[in-house]
Design a binder for this molecule. Sequence first.
Ligand code: PA5
Length: 441
Amino acid sequence: MQGISLDFVGLKPFIQDYELKLMESSVFAAHDMLERKTGAGRNMLGWMELPSRISEEEINKIKACASKINKQADVFIVVGIGGSYLGSKAVIDLFTDTFNNLQKESERKHPQILFAGNNLSGKYLRNLIEYIQDKEVAINVISKSGTTIEPAVAFRILKLFLEEKYGVAGAAERIYVTTDSSKGVLKKISDANDYETFVIPDDVGGRYSVLTPVGLLPMAVAGIDFEDILDGAMFAAHVYNQRNIEHNECYKYAAYRNILQKKGKEIEILASYEPSFQYFIEWFKQLFGESEGKNLKGIFPAGVNFTTDLHSMGQFIQDGKRNIFETVINIKLNKSFIKLPKIACDEDGLNYLADKEIDYINKQAFLGTLQAHVSGEVPNIVINLDELNTYNIGQLIMFFEKACAISGYISGVNPFDQPGVEAYKKNMMDLLKMNDSINNL
Ligand code: PA5
């Protein structure tokens, strides 16, 4: 069942029908490159088949480990950066209770899930170690390359913490590794210590890896029905594979993005009216930013959480430089069922909204903002989700991955590499090594 539909009405004042038609050949060429595996990065297309090629054995292994982790840990720490954590964080935030991490251990249905290895902050790591001192802990260290410094630093500290607390053998029972099948230091450490290991397939890059054990194991620990996410993604992989620009909304979205960019709309803001989408937006930013931003090209991906950010970024979006378009995620049916109560004195003057669902008020904010932004020359694309459930999020993940690949090919870049990320790493390493040799003089 298709739980996603796109509404392009907010593009009408900005794009003529013929302009979409003109994009058809580029979209078809991009589609053919993906299907025939003839484009740049052709050996990194495994993400398209992930939902259908995952084996029963792997699903069972993920479930078994998740259940073991649930028994052994109060706190489960996911150690990874970029594509090695954003997808799982996004999905976990969407489908766990907003205040889950603040609940008492006895009230929680699954371990508290924390993230590390996504920064180089000493404060963050010191506070984390202090926090987990008296807790039962398990960790999942995730790195495709197995050499990324942020997770490597956090892993060394957490590994020592676990070994001091549980002994080397006990720690080994609590360390789960997700990495390449053969390459990288992490793989070597994992083999040497006999850690439970999950493989990131060779043909899947970091930011396209949420539907591998990278994302699925943390989701399973959080009690999320990851098989339903895979089912949704599999359905979307089929629906969004039509070689058709009119009916394939994913291809239409990719085409419109490129048309908008040619009209000077260089920034895409992904907006949502649900705060729990914050990390989904972060995931989107990495996906499009690293895939398209190269060779001096790319649409800058940004994100906002409305209505919160209407009070910070709203002014700029409405009235600032006109180089923005917006893509808005709209949940059609919200099920939070909380109404504004009526009070006799009406001291705050809100009785005109009494008995209205908070989600209804939120919806009017969405509709009002949409109108205002379109009038303010911000083209809007709306992605409607019938409701927020795992199946639809599986579809949305595949929708964006496919759109990103098509859009990247249309703009003439390789959407599957990230050469620019190396520049800071090289400088940082040079500085660390240079400072080290000075200190050793
Ligand atoms: O998309 C990518 O490949 C990157 O952004 C990676 O996800 C990120 O750099 C983390 O890399 P690794 O998993 O190798 O530690």
